[in-house]
Design a protein around this ligand. Structure first.
Ligand code: HEM
Length: 506
């Protein structure tokens, strides 16, 4: 009897806490479809499914049962899922500013420097950050200036592959190889120096360093229950939040040391880390701007910008290149077509460079088709700053938005044979790219600012590998058809006979 009494008290307290912490719900009048849920935890059990199934499969399953627009309750937060072109278009043409915030999860406050980086709420500070990136990093002039970095680093890795093949060792672990390449490129843009020297690639030392960088600059964090159940924060402070805090401490020390290195160099009158206009790193540019706007370019903001480049610029581009390579391995006629195109445009007496890229439409079709099928399954979450309406439903402020890109990019109403890898479809679709049909870089004010850099980096790296090497998958113990399981795939890159004289000069 006494036990029952305690249980009743506990349940009443939890229900009371739930009522106090849950924000105003979507109005019942015009009720949004939602899967059945449990009191307090809402739809959290679906998160458990994510340990077994990828996110797009869970969302697909829910779409089939409840329609393309539905609501999930994750503890005190509610998440609206959109999957069709019409709903996405309505949302972003009517409510773009309202959905221009990212959720401010308490567990990320330290990691995101009190939300002063690009995760900042939509407003004056965030606009200044975007302006900095648009003008000083991604403008056509700046991208032209940094083009020698990409060329140099891609040649550095090409030379490594060629050298290894002449020593008889031709197998590389694909994902690590691509991560090392991209960390080298982005780090050189950010700080002026590469992360991995030739003698570190494919060594234990190199792999340990890569594991550390991947962990510090991963876009994924452990799930902190306190973000969804505020009354449980005291508990998660010792679990997920502690892990996030430890990561922050290490990453912050690494970024601060890089920044200090440049600040100290700049203080020495005879030495300047600025270099010539063309090899100025992003840190150097920020330090220069700091002389005029010291209140804006504080250390936290500069470290946030450095982290944004390293997080957003590496993982996505590696995934794209890796997925494109896997698709081309399974579709050799497309690989042949891309190689013929490069041979025709570039010839066999020099290596591909960035100026050639606009003349390689089929290579871009391959990248676009890979982006359609394999890279982003949902957009990073947004959160509404005001009440609004979508599809005739009233959506209160504070609702998180999850855009189901996976379904949009495979909608049979929009794509013929949607699951098939058909790069040539982009020869036609190019013209209607803007119409909320193909959106691998997102949309609206929060659209990816790095898409041009991403396209150049992926096209030059992939194009160089296609131009210079014959590809083969190395024998491994485990074979799998699933792209995700190819994370540790080993590849053999054999220099093409016709290109050996060019490669030998690297
Ligand atoms: C193939 C490669 C890439 C893909 C598929 C990709 C995709 C995306 C997507 C989907 C978003 C969210 C947009 C939205 O919410 O509507 C995003 C945001 C962002 N991306 Fe990329 N991206 C890529 C490469 C890059 C690169 C190379 C950089 C920079 C080095 C970069 C920097 C960023 C930043 C800073 C944001 C956050 C913008 C904000 O919240 O204001 N991305 N990206």
């Amino acid at each position: 009897m006494e036990a029952l009494h305690y249980i009743l008290v506990l349940v009443s307290v939890l229900l009371l806490l739930y009522q106090l912490t849950v924000p105003k719900r979507v109005e019942r009048k015009n009720k949004l479809p939602r899967p059945p849920s449990l009191p307090i935890i809402g739809h959290f059990l679906y998160i458990k499914m994510l340990f077994k199934l990828p996110l797009h499969e869970v969302l697909n399953d829910l779409c089939n049962k409840y329609g393309p627009l539905f609501l999930l309750h994750l503890g005190s937060r509610q998440v609206l899922v959109l999957s069709t072109r019409a709903d996405i278009e309505e949302c972003f043409s009517k409510n773009d500013i309202i959905f221009s915030n990212r959720p401010l999860l308490p567990s990320r406050k330290g990691l995101e420097y009190n939300f002063t980086g690009l995760g900042a709420p939509y407003g004056h500070h965030w606009r200044n950050l975007r302006r900095f990136f648009a003008v000083e990093v991604f403008s056509p002039k700046r991208l032209q200036m940094s083009s020698n970095i990409r060329t140099e680093e891609i040649r550095h890795m090409t030379k490594y592959l060629f050298k290894r093949s002449s020593q008889g060792v031709v197998t590389v672990e694909l994902s690590s190889f691509l991560y090392m390449l991209d960390f080298n490129v982005i780090m050189k843009m950010v700080a002026g120096n590469r992360c991995f020297e030739e003698n570190e690639i494919d060594t234990d030392r190199g792999r340990d360093k890569l594991a550390e960088l991947k962990q510090w600059f991963s876009p994924f964090e452990p799930l902190a229950l306190g973000d969804y159940f505020p009354f449980l924060r005291w508990l998660t402070r010792h679990g997920a939040e502690k892990k996030i805090h430890n990561k922050h401490k290490k990453r912050d020390a690494f970024l601060q040391a890089m920044l200090d290195g440049h600040q100290n160099l700049n203080k020495t009158p005879s030495v300047s880390s600025g270099g010539s206009q063309t090899d100025q790193s992003i840190i150097d540019v920020m330090l220069k701007l700091k002389e005029f706007e010291p209140q804006f370019y504080i250390d936290e903001v500069m470290k946030g910008n450095m982290a944004a480049m390293l997080i957003a610029g590496t993982h996505t581009t590696v995934l794209t290149m890796q997925a494109a390579i896997l698709q081309l391995m399974s579709n050799p006629e497309n690989l042949r077509k891309a190689r013929d195109e490069i041979d025709k445009v570039v010839g066999q007496s020099r290596l591909l460079n960035e100026e050639d890229l606009p003349n390689l439409p089929f290579l871009h079709c391959i990248i676009n088709e890979t982006l359609r099928l394999d890279v982003v399954s949902t957009l990073p979450p947004r959160e509404s700053s005001e009440d609004c309406s979508i599809g005739g439903y009233h959506i209160p402020h504070g609702t998180q938005l999850m855009v189901n890109i996976y379904s949009l990019h495979r909608d049979p109403e929009l794509w013929t044979e949607p699951n098939k890898f058909m790069p040539e479809r982009f020869q036609e679709i190019e013209k209607e790219k803007g119409g909320f049909k193909f959106v691998p870089f997102g949309f609206g004010r929060r659209i990816c600012p790095g898409s041009t850099l991403a396209n150049r980096l992926v096209a030059l790296s992939l194009g160089t590998l296609i131009q210079c090497f014959e590809w083969e998958e190395a024998e491994t113990d485990e074979k799998s058809q699933d792209v995700a399981k190819h994370k540790l795939m080993k590849m053999i890159f054999r220099p093409r006979e016709a290109l050996t004289h060019v490669l030998a000069q690297l």
